[in-house]
Ligand binder design. Sequence first.
Ligand SMILES: NC(=O)c1ccc[n+]([C@@H]2O[C@H](COP(=O)([O-])OP(=O)(O)OC[C@H]3O[C@@H](n4cnc5c(N)ncnc54)[C@H](OP(=O)(O)O)[C@@H]3O)[C@@H](O)[C@H]2O)c1
Length: 306
Amino acid sequence: MAYSSILVIGGAGFIGSRLVAQLAATGRRVIVPTRRFQRARHLLVLPTAEIVEGDVHDDATLNRLMGKADAVVNLVGILHGKAGRADGRYGPDFARAHVDLPKKIVAACAANRVGRYLHMSALGAAGNAPSMYLRSKAAGEAAACSNPAVATTVFRPSVVFGEGDRFLNLFASLQKFMPVMLLGGADAKFQPVYVEDVAQAFVNALDNSESIGRTVELAGPTIYTLRELVMLAGIYSGHRRPIIGLPSSLARVQAWVLEQLPGGPLMSRDNLDSMKVDNVAAGPIDAAVGITPTPLETVAPYYLAR
Ligand SMILES: NC(=O)c1ccc[n+]([C@@H]2O[C@H](COP(=O)([O-])OP(=O)(O)OC[C@H]3O[C@@H](n4cnc5c(N)ncnc54)[C@H](OP(=O)(O)O)[C@@H]3O)[C@@H](O)[C@H]2O)c1
């Protein structure tokens, strides 16, 4: 087994929790930093998981954490952030989480002789992508791969589904309360990938040095439009509602209204911008991470029905 002690930054989140469980199941020690201990409490049942409360943007904290690890995974990501940097490519929130943090992580890896780094990006990341989210993810990839002393693999999943996801579950919950779904970006295409497959791809990459230097797209077996996914979420949860696709001008107004809601936006204009490009993989999943993607239909009905 390559690498026995893994620092999983962002490990308390949706994908991270599944990855930490899979890494622990291989007998590895897993260190999970979190801003709030409570958010990671559910990982305490894993015998080899160690939760550390702290700020990973702080260099001293990051260096201390590196001292415990021989490989690092970074899953930190945000979906919403303010616009506002001078060049307009992405705002300060995206810059901090998606670009500055990977820069710090790679520097800390090199300084602490941690030679392996698995970096989470997103399908569609590109310098000229239509959203701040995707442009900042591209800049983060560049930062992740910037030091030859650190062997990096970059992962780019399409939207990820599974128990506790915030995509199908959101559309299932909305249909419980809304008589009709008014949907922006209804024709945008996605290729959803199962969270356990994403986690398995990370574990396999650690075990297979052929994945070093690669950018690995992760996608499921089927391409759907957003309208089809919302319809499936309605069917599986037992609350199917009529779906009305909004023209882009009205979709932007709707997204702006949703951005103003207290407690964090359900949807933003930047999310709509991301959907201007189809979120589908260029080809089959790289054999270096060795996963066979699970069909959405074999998993989603069970957790959405609950
Ligand atoms: N879910 C998807 O469909 C999907 C698709 C493509 C790519 N991705 C990428 O996959 C990664 C994980 O996604 P997820 O769905 O598991 O997200 P998640 O549940 O929101 O978890 C994200 C984690 O990042 C940490 N985090 C967020 N903002 C941070 C900040 N400013 N500083 C430090 N830590 C911060 C959180 O740590 P705390 O414990 O401190 O709160 C949290 O554990 C992200 O990079 C995301 O962009 C996700």
